[in-house]
Design a protein around this ligand. Sequence first.
Ligand code: 5GP
Length: 187
Amino acid sequence: MKGKVIIFSAPSGAGKTTIVQHLLKVYPQLEFSVSACSREKRNGETNGVDYYFISVEEFKQKIANGEFAEYEEVYKDNFYGTLKSEIERIWKKGKHIIFDMDVMGGLNLRLQFGDNALAIFVMPPSVDHLELRLKSRETETPESIARRIGKAGQEIKKASLFDNIILNDHLETALAEAEKLVGDFLK
Ligand code: 5GP
C-alpha cells in the first residue's frame, strides 16, 4: 500500500519536533520516518529511534547507490536524508508517514508525493526566540547556534510554499491547530 505523508519543516528551534511527537501520540496510524544523518549523536538520542547515525563516507556511498528519496547537506558535512527503505518499511505496516525535516527537504518531498502529501511549516514567533530556544537546549555549541540562526532567515522566506503555516507562539494553540490539520488530512 502507499499511505499518506505529512511533512513538518521549520527553522531549527521552532518547535516542530514537539509538535510531531504530540501528533504521534494522538494519531496511532502515523509512524515517524527515522532519517539517516552524519552528525554526532547528542546525549539522550538513540540510534534507530532519533536517527540512523552513519559516517559521512557511508552517507555519500548511499547517495551514490541511489538509496535516498531526498537528502540535504543541511550544515557543512552534516548530511540528513530519508532512505527509500524507510518509506517502504512504514507503508508495509499499513501506516501513514510523518516527517520532521529541513525546509528544502520538505519542499522536495512535497513535490514528489503531490496530493498524497501535506506539508506544514512551523513558524517561530521571531528569530530572537529561536536563538533563546537553541541556547536553552544546552546541546548546541555557539558555532552550531550561529549556523542554525544564519539559515533561519532564508528558511522563513520559503514558508508560503507550504500547504499550511502554524505559528508556534503559544504551544497549546499550535498543537491544537496541528491536530486539526492532520486529522482533516487523514480523513
Ligand atoms: P538536528 O541536527 O537539529 O536534529 O536537525 C537539523 C535539521 O535537519 C532539522 O531542520 C531537521 O528537521 C533536519 N532533518 C532531519 N532529518 C532530515 C531529513 O531526512 N532530510 C532533510 N532534508 N532534513 C532533515
